[in-house]
Design a protein around this ligand. Structure first.
Ligand SMILES: [Zn+2]
Length: 387
């Protein structure tokens, strides 16, 4: 026996008032609903949001020594509350031992029934990134190194084979060969924290690189106006950039240009949140440095004059994209659902369609385009509010 449920709302793309019938973990049928509600606020229905870069949440750092499956469950509940139904836990530049330890935990997370498939794999951002000041951002400098396929295979084994994305700087020795091998093994290669030349970036694309990690960030403040890593990544249609649209990491004009250059189908929103997401303003220790989180959610490393990760939930990216670029709700939501599912190859989710996973959000918006999540469903089960 499968549970069946019916959800109603205005389709976020078409504006039609629809009924989505859920059976078990899947969307069974989508039909036009009879009469629309008259006075209530407009409730939209959309696929659950998908985040390809989540470093932690609600005080829980996926990189931490004390990270565990139990702690991931706590983080997941907070993530679901913010409308994200699929997320890719991300580990960043650390020692071999630290990465192996936490990938082993993540391998158990992948198989945890409580998460109901919310974690389809993991993202390794680093440690094979630029060692040049400004480009490595707030990564641990002492742990940055050249690509090693043997080491990566050890990580992959610890992770149960579920590292699905790696962010790498293509200018490093051996990077091209490494990218080719990743592509053969169906690991998605994302270009990031890089000071590569145009030629190196285009060659990385030839070798199989398909994403650009948080384009416009992980980049030095002083770059050559002609020859810098941004133009070739923007110019190459085969690269889909992720953007941190929290309102701090990119200026309105940058986000607008990225959106226009790539087009609405070829760009995704990422949160890149640290464990300080969902935590109050204050001073924190982050990767061995003192960082300050202000009231607006900006996290800054004052010693090194760099942003130290983000803390805004992915839904804020929808708001920011609409406000900065003037795009529609349909377009903005697709950057956090449909587009992400397509580039990451998640064929079972990311769209409101019969036969897909019933990963669904119900939400309202206000005059500032703030997204207010009313309900979150994961694989046919309501996870927010909790039953
Ligand atoms: Zn980064």
């Amino acid at each position: 026996m499968h549970d069946t449920f019916e959800l109603e709302g205005f389709h976020y793309e078409t504006g039609e008032y629809i009924t989505v019938k859920i059976k078990g973990s899947l969307i069974e049928r989508i039909t036009s609903a009879g009469k629309k509600p008259e006075k209530d606020a407009i409730v939209f229905i959309a696929p659950g949001l998908i985040d390809n870069q989540t470093n932690g949440y609600y005080g829980i750092d996926f990189q931490d020594e004390i990270f565990s499956v139990e702690r991931m469950r706590i983080a997941a509940k907070a993530i679901w509350r913010d409308g994200v139904t699929t997320f890719v836990p991300t580990l960043v530049t650390r020692s071999r031992e630290d990465l192996l330890r936490n990938f082993r935990v993540l391998a158990s997370v992948y198989n945890d029934d409580f998460l109901m498939g919310s974690v389809p794999g993991f993202h390794l951002e680093g440690p094979y990134i630029s060692p040049v000041e400004g480009f490595y951002g707030c990564h641990l400098y002492s742990a940055i190194r050249k690509p090693s396929w043997d080491e990566f295979m050890e990580f992959q084994e610890a992770a149960g084979g579920k590292i699905i994305i790696i962010t790498i700087a293509p200018e490093l020795d051996g990077a091209a060969e490494f990218i080719k091998k990743c592509s053969e093994k169906r690991v998605i290669v994302s270009i990031g924290h890089t000071n590569a030349s145009t030629q190196q970036i285009y060659h990385a694309v030839e070798c199989g690189a398909r994403l650009s990690t948080h384009l416009g960030n992980g980049c030095a403040n002083t770059i050559n106006r002609h020859r810098n890593p941004l133009w070739p990544q923007l110019a190459n249609d085969r690269l889909t950039p992720s953007v941190i649209a929290d309102g701090f990491h990119l200026l309105p004009e940058e986000l607008t240009v990225f959106f226009k250059a790539k087009g609405e189908d070829n760009i995704i929103i990422t949160s890149d949140v640290t464990h300080l997401a969902g935590m109050p303003a204050g001073e924190y220790n982050y990767m061995g440095s003192l960082v300050i989180k202000n009231e607006a959610g900006l996290i800054f490393n004052t010693e090194r004059n760099v942003l130290a990760g983000a803390s805004a939930p992915l839904k804020k990216g929808i708001t920011t994209l609409m406000n900065f670029t003037g795009c529609t709700l349909r377009q903005a939501v697709n950057l956090a659902t449909k587009n992400v599912a397509r580039v990451l190859g998640f064929n079972d989710r990311g769209v409101l369609e019969e036969g897909k996973r019933a990963d669904i959000i119900l939400f309202t918006t206000d005059e500032n385009n703030t997204v207010n999540i009313l309900e979150t469903w994961v694989a046919g089960k309501r996870v927010y509010p909790e039953n």
